[in-house]
Design a protein around this ligand. Sequence first.
Ligand code: GRF
Length: 208
Amino acid sequence: MLKIVVCVSGGGTNLQAIMDAIDSGKITNTQIIAVISNNPGVKALERAEKYGVPGICMSPKSYPDRAAFNEAFTQKMVELAPDLVVLAGFLVKIPEQMVAKFSGRIVNIHPALIPSFCGVGYYGLKVHEKALERGVKVTGATVHFVNEGMDEGPIIAQKPVMVEDGDTPEILQRRVMEQAEWIILPQAIDDVANGRLEIVDGHVRKKA
Ligand code: GRF
């Protein structure tokens, strides 16, 4: 059984997609053992409570400095001891000590086709604003392993989404979530849970 901790910051629609996929059997051999949010009172924590898993709020604002938060966040994750950490709309940089302790066991969903529109400053709606500004015809979402860089870890899965005339950032964000994020993140978790992935020469591939 793959024990996962899901980290969230806001709406939690990706968390909900994971919960729904577990309930429907699209994800097997997996249990959500906790949800951690850096923001209090968000819908994602309501979703956790309704689903019956512990919802934990750990906000950097509650610590004297970022180093203290990073230490406490890492320590909490060590205590929870998940097999996989899932960043689902999580907007806080993962401490390097957590990346080291959970090397190869942290995945993130990014709302663009990495290496486009990613890296420092590219998160949430900003990603879609920049995609529309650039005039791309195709965007999408990426699930990747998290390493010490920002959105630089090995890519697990990607799914393209067409940009349509008249799209606003909000409309495009919703389409990318519906047509890509909510599909490839549960699929990636199921692949990890069932041992289907391997990394060869730094690239993720499905085992033959
Ligand atoms: C999603 O587009 C996610 O990719 C981005 O934040 C948005 C909201 O995610 N990081 P959620 O509804 O909180 O899962």
